[in-house]
Design a protein around this ligand. Structure first.
Ligand code: ADP
Ligand code: MG
Length: 491
């Protein structure tokens, strides 16, 4: 992971370049209804079954702001430590397109709901000092458009207006990122915060979060270069690929004596390249103006207080809390990256387990098992309560760590509790020193050659003897006592 914190540089003939990245993230707001209508927002519904008259732009229909969508955007702003503007206003962004029946999108250009904020990213998850602050310029609230379908009929295109009017937050970053991995870390962190807050489900495959990727290059330390904007990139991996490809393309262009032109590009995930969609000359004139159908938004103290009070513990605070319990930084960041994992782990901690051992067990044993089973943590066959029971048996010395692995396997298969499995199968760890001594004698007698090697200095063999004794006792011997008995007998 050392390269995650090293400067990202592209070497050319004429100089060395750095890349500058700013992201505009569109995040669909979690809300039962749309931004200005009461139509439903569930993903995957039959086309055109979630369309109110205002979404279809029927003449005379008026938009009514949905308090919940505004609340979600304010909560998001607070989670990003951003300035919340008590007074904001909606503007019309005019353009004509088949997926936009109104002929304009209601957005916020001049007076966004949320102003400047910050996202702190961790560049190396094992090093809590490898942080970098990425500035947020603004968050504004706007309507999503409908979706055109070109594969339904040989000569016509169809339109599905279910998404038309759904609330989006556009989260605009400062041009503060300097490498593909920083852009990836920022997007992952933003997604994680939104999912903790519950204001966006962060599902990039379903399009509920997508990024416009602005990239420019410059000689190290020089003025900002001209940027290109690659639209609607829908995975963290693709965002990183866009940055890498665009930076390289721009450097080659400059090195070849050309200049970068400001333009909008599209990413082709199959080829891993971007290509021109439209240049600045063809840019729309959106003729923005305040929407005359909507009053400005004015937020009062009670509303703001409720928004703040409803925020959960966020990933950074949680990570620091875990670290204060003695959990190593890497495990703490793995356990807090996804809200579902953190919830599961918090439920486990509530059962009074030892935090460090529990974190280690979740990160290795549980994650390993879920990986093998192809299940998410929410589908874990073992609950936090059941895991706590298993960890307690290890903690009080009833079973050894290696037996715990076997017990866990049986738990996964049978759904039985750890204590019942240990009882039923007689798996209790034994501290019977007589039995341990006898096993040690047998093992040493059967391996006289190795004992001689050990005594002549090959101390690494000690582990072999421990393993043999444990094996002879079917894994049930108390490892500490086995170690003691071996040391005594080997001198
Ligand atoms: P617009 O409103 O035309 O989209 P903005 O100035 O609001 O332009 O910038 C949009 C995004 O582009 C922001 O995320 C910003 O950080 C980023 N950006 C601006 N200038 C650059 C640059 N020179 N290189 C890379 N990204 C940039
Ligand atoms: Mg833009």
């Amino acid at each position: 992971m050392a390269d995650a914190t090293a400067p990202y540089r592209i070497k050319g003939e004429i100089g060395e370049y750095e890349v500058v990245i700013g992201l505009e993230v569109h995040a669909q707001v979690v809300s039962n209804a749309k931004l200005f209508s009461s139509a439903a927002t569930a993903f995957g519904a039959e086309p055109n079954t979630q369309v109110a008259l205002v979404d279809a732009a029927m003449p005379g229909m008026l938009p009514v702001p949905n308090r919940e969508c505004i609340r979600q955007a304010v909560r998001t702003g607070m989670a990003l430590e951003a300035q919340i503007n008590r007074w904001s206003r909606f503007d019309r962004k005019n353009y004509f397109y088949a997926d936009l029946p109104q002929g304009y999108q209601i957005s916020q250009l001049y007076h966004p709901l949320v102003g400047e904020g910050e996202v702190e990213v961790l560049l190396d998850p094992a090093d809590e000092t490898s942080t970098k602050a990425i500035g947020i310029e603004r968050i504004h609230v706007e309507q999503d458009a409908g979706k055109l379908m070109h594969d339904q009929h040989p000569t016509s295109s169809y339109v599905d207006l279910n998404r038309a009017g759904v609330a989006l937050m556009e989260i605009v970053s400062r041009p503060d990122m300097r490498s593909p991995s920083e852009a990836g870390a920022y997007l992952r962190k933003l997604r994680s915060i939104l999912r903790y807050v519950g204001s966006c489900d962060g599902n990039m495959e379903e399009g509920s979060m997508r990024a416009d990727v602005n990239v420019s290059v410059r000689k190290v330390g020089a003025e900002l270069g001209t940027r290109t904007e690659t639209k609607n990139v829908n995975s963290v991996r693709f965002v990183m690929a866009v940055v890498e490809h665009e930076a390289k393309r721009q450097v080659e262009l400059i090195e070849g004596g050309g200049t970068v032109v400001q333009e909008t590009r599209l990413f082709d995930p199959d080829k891993g390249v971007t290509r021109t969609l439209r240049s600045k000359e063809d840019a729309h004139d959106y003729r923005y103006f305040p929407d005359p159908d909507l009053l400005p938004l004015e937020l009062d103290d009670a509303f703001l207080e409720e928004c703040r009070a409803s925020l959960p513990e966020l990933p950074d605070a949680k990570r620091k809390r875990y670290e204060s319990h003695g959990i190593p930084p890497y495990n703490a960041s793995v356990l807090t990256a996804e809200v579902e994992t953190a919830r599961w782990f918090d439920a486990l901690l509530e059962k009074g387990v030892e935090p460090k051992a529990a974190a280690n067990w979740v990160a290795s044993e549980l994650f390993g098992a879920l990986n093998r089973l192809g299940k998410s943590i929410e589908e874990s066959p073992v609950s936090p309560e059941q895991a706590a029971e298993l960890l307690a048996l290890v903690g009080d010395g009833t079973i050894s760590g290696s037996l715990a692995k076997q017990v866990f396997e049986i738990m996964l298969e049978s759904g039985q509790g750890a204590a019942a499995i240990v009882e039923e199968r007689g798996l209790k760890q034994t501290s019977d020193t007589g039995a341990i001594d006898a096993a040690v004698d047998t093992v040493l007698a059967a391996n006289a050659d190795k004992v001689a090697e050990y005594k002549s200095g090959k101390e690494a063999l000690f582990g072999f003897f421990v393993g043999q004794v444990m094996k002879a006792m079917a894994g049930k011997a108390n490892p500490k006592l086995v170690n003691e008995a071996l040391r005594a007998k080997l001198g």
